[in-house]
Design a protein around this ligand. Structure first.
Ligand SMILES: [Mg+2]
Length: 433
């Protein structure tokens, strides 16, 4: 709808040659301050679309100000230089709505914008009960995947209230704010869809507790680093094949973690302790690991690692990366040689969950506000004990049992699951160093 008739009332704004409105005195007495919109009060939805330019938002509200309307809601989005600006305002005094419409359309036309004004009553419809945030990571994010995810959300009775891009690098990450459905069934429905589509989807319940997440605990082998530390030691000891055979037996369920740990460490007996430095130098961090840790630290999170590997490596990682917590098994060294035994508390599947609880207690963070990341079966107890458990490039069994899964090889994408945007990541980098 458009109107080219210039405003006739003396109180309406006068358009200058530049197209910028010159606010005129208010034509009516101002309504009471702080007016919200009772359900029965007439309201107008003013929607502006077109090329963005400086001063557009001010221009629209200058135009509306002449009618003494109050703002009930505003949404503005700019995508590739195109703006969509929606303002829900109280209706003007009786008899002035036609003038307001004509003036807004005239202002919009002068700037080559499209305007639409829709009459209604009251505020937006209240959002349904049950609020969730759905983060979708695509590499790339296809239209087909987006359609399928949106259809699944609708299929569970959810309504998509808002969609927001968190990042375009190293993956495309978008967040859907959903209401009207419970988090758990939504998570179940979307997990099935995500796997079929080859995208990663995390569903968390919305609310303040998400922002209160303050502790992230990671597995080390094949999570924080790309390697399995025992295999690096085995290469120096010349027993790679024997270690691999034990690993395979453990994966077949013939040995539990502790038995397999002892069996593999025994194969390292006699290895010179100088191999520790060599292994430390060989460890390759997972892409995005430094960005993840640096960003979390700068945003005030505490970050720790738990590993079924060895303190000889995790202590070094703790120091290099500025971690708050690290715990692992310790290779016993006597007279400059590995003895083939580990000392101290064994870190196994149950031990990892126990350490998550211990770190949380030390950090003063409730367990439900913790995040755990891991790839293996021995991470499952920890992933399930945490408020948010993230299976990172994990085996199907782990992926299916965790709250959410990341299947792209970039550890920093976990930030997007926490609602941290790429812009925040980059802003955190600009402030320090
Ligand atoms: Mg692992």
């Amino acid at each position: 709808m458009s109107a080219s008739t210039p405003p006739k009332t003396p109180g309406a704004p006068v358009l200058a040659d530049s197209g910028a409105p010159t606010p005129a005195p208010s034509p009516t007495p101002a309504p009471p301050a702080g007016a919200c919109a009772p359900a029965d009060r007439p309201t107008l939805l003013v929607k502006i679309f077109g090329k963005d330019r400086p001063g557009m938002t001010a221009g629209l509200f200058d135009t509306l100000a002449a009618y003494s309307v109050d703002v009930v809601d505003i949404e503005q989005v700019v995508t590739r230089g195109r703006i969509v600006l929606c303002a829900l305002v109280t209706a003007p005094q009786p008899g002035l709505e036609g003038d307001l419409r004509a003036t807004v359309h005239s202002w919009a036309e002068s700037l080559k914008l499209q305007a639409e004004i829709i009459s209604g009553r009251g505020d937006n419809r209240p959002r349904g009960l049950g609020r969730s945030l759905v983060t979708v990571l695509g590499h790339p994010l296809t239209a087909e995947s987006t359609a399928a995810i949106a259809a699944r959300i609708t299929g569970t009775g959810g309504n998509i209230d808002r969609i927001f891009r968190l990042a375009k690098y190293p993956v495309t990450a978008v967040e859907f704010a959903v209401s009207g459905t419970e988090t758990e069934p939504l998570r179940t429905a979307l997990a099935t869809e995500a796997h079929a589509l080859g995208v990663d989807v995390a569903v968390v319940s919305a609310g303040l507790h998400r922002r209160a997440q303050r502790l992230v605990v990671m597995d080390v082998d094949s999570t924080l680093i790309q390697d399995e530390v025992i295999e690096l030691f085995a290469a120096h000891a010349g027993c790679e094949e024997e270690v691999a055979a034990v690993t395979t037996a453990a994966m077949r369920g013939e040995l539990d973690f502790e038995e397999s740990l002892h069996a593999r460490v025994a194969l390292l007996k006699g290895l010179d302790v100088s191999s520790v430095d060599k292994v430390r130098a060989e460890v390759r961090l997972t892409p995005g690991a430094r960005t993840l840790i640096r960003t979390l630290k700068r945003l005030g999170y505490q970050v720790g690692v738990v590993s079924g590997g060895f303190t000889q490596v995790t202590d070094d990682l703790k120091e290099r990366l500025g971690l708050d917590f690290a715990h692992a098994n310790t290779l016993e060294v006597v007279d400059g040689k590995l003895t083939g035994r580990v000392t101290g508390e064994i870190v196994d599947r149950a031990g990892k969950a126990r350490l998550l609880r211990r770190f949380a207690a030390e950090a003063g963070v409730p367990l439900e506000q913790t995040v755990a990341i891991g790839d293996g079966a021995n991470d499952l107890d920890m992933l399930n004990a945490a408020g948010l458990g993230v299976a990172f490039n994990a085996k199907p069994m782990v992926r299916e049992a965790a709250h959410t899964a990341v299947n792209v090889p970039f550890l920093d994408t976990v930030l997007y699951l926490l609602g941290i945007t790429r812009e925040e990541v980059e802003a955190a980098d600009m402030h320090l160093d």
